[in-house]
Structure formats: C-alpha cells, structure tokens
Write a protein that binds this ligand. Structure first.
Ligand SMILES: [Zn+2]
Length: 194
C-alpha cells in the first residue's frame, strides 16, 4: 500500500528504500515500479559467501475495493521447500536470499521443531547418566570411567558417545539448512514452454 501511495505501482519509477537495523547496519533496496510487477534490486551475502547482486521480480495483483478503487497485492512468486507458493499477500519478508511471504519462511521453522536434534541430545544424556555423569555440551570430553565399571564396558560406552555426537552433528546440519526454508525463484519462461 505504501508503494502504491508513493505512485510506484503506476509508473515505471525507480526508488530507493533505505532502513537501519537496531545494531546500526544500513540496508538499501532499489525498487523498480510497475503496475503488473515490481522488481527488487539488492545485494545479499550468505554466511561465508561473497556478496551477490539480486534482481527479484515480484508480480502484483489489483483487486477492487468494496467502496470503489482498487488495492494492490504482492504475489509470493517463489518455491519454498520445492513447492510453489503463489499466495496473494500484503507483506513480503527478506529473511534470506529472496523475498517471500510469511508462510514460506515459516515452513522452515516448522520442520526444525520435529526432533532428530532433540533425540540426539537425549541419547547423549542417557549415555552420560549411565556413566554417572551430567551431560552439558556435546563438545566436552567423554566422562571418566566410573570405578565400578569394567574397562570393556566403558570403552563401549565411550564409543557410543562418540557415535552419538556424530549423529548430533548430522542432525544439526540438517536442521540448520531447514531453518530457512529453501526458497527459489520460479522460472516462468521455462514453465510455459512445457
Ligand atoms: Zn509464499
């Protein structure tokens, strides 16, 4: 609505939108206006990667208002976790590389809550209890052998803890990748050719 009021959706105008995050970082995004779509231009850097320039076209849709006039919507034109969205929304979020609707970003959080990571931690807790130790973090050395335990048993337990840590790492990597749903652009040209 703000873009519409600024006249951005009527003319093919170019505008810069700037904002400042609480920690002081300033961000800029260039918006090329238009009635059927706008184009967002910005730079993005994923952790440990180079900056890249991104140009994301966002289709817009106009619907009549009840008391006359019409109002604009964004179409969330991305694929989140492999599924095309296409929702009509008022707000797009820039939580990752591309702008997408709340629903698309939530997909990432929902998957993360299901617990391979939790399960891996619980398993390590259980193993530590058997060694009479308190489990704090996976990166600490394995607890020492309790006096009453046979070495053979202890070595087996220590190996179990080692394996458990490996599973924890795997679960963490999978979880981290899913925190942000994988959001991709949809190539309409390729789709219509089929
Ligand atoms: Zn979406």
């Amino acid at each position: 609505m703000r873009l519409a009021r600024a006249g951005l959706l009527v003319n093919c105008r170019l505008a810069d939108s700037q904002w400042t995050y609480s920690e002081g970082t300033r961000a800029t995004i260039a918006i090329k206006g238009g009635r059927d779509r706008i184009v967002l231009r910005y730079r993005f850097r994923s952790y440990g990667q180079e900056w890249e320039s991104i140009e994301q076209p966002v289709p817009t849709l106009w619907t009549p208002c009840r008391f006359g006039g019409e109002r604009p919507w964004f179409i969330c034109d991305v694929r989140a976790n492999g599924v095309y969205c296409g929702r009509k929304v008022t707000t797009l979020y820039g939580g990752g590389r591309l702008f997408a609707c709340r629903h698309c970003y939530r997909l990432g959080y929902a998957v993360q809550r299901v617990g391979p990571l939790d399960k891996a931690h619980h398993n390590l807790e259980r193993l530590h209890r058997k060694l009479n130790a308190h489990y704090e973090r996976p990166d600490l050395p394995a607890p020492p052998k309790p006096k009453w335990m046979r070495w053979k048993t202890y070595r087996w337990m220590a190996q179990q803890i080692e394996d458990g840590r490996e599973r924890l790492d795997e679960a963490f990597i999978v979880g981290a990748q899913r925190i942000l749903a994988s959001i991709e652009r949809v190539d309409h040209r390729r789709r219509s050719r089929r």
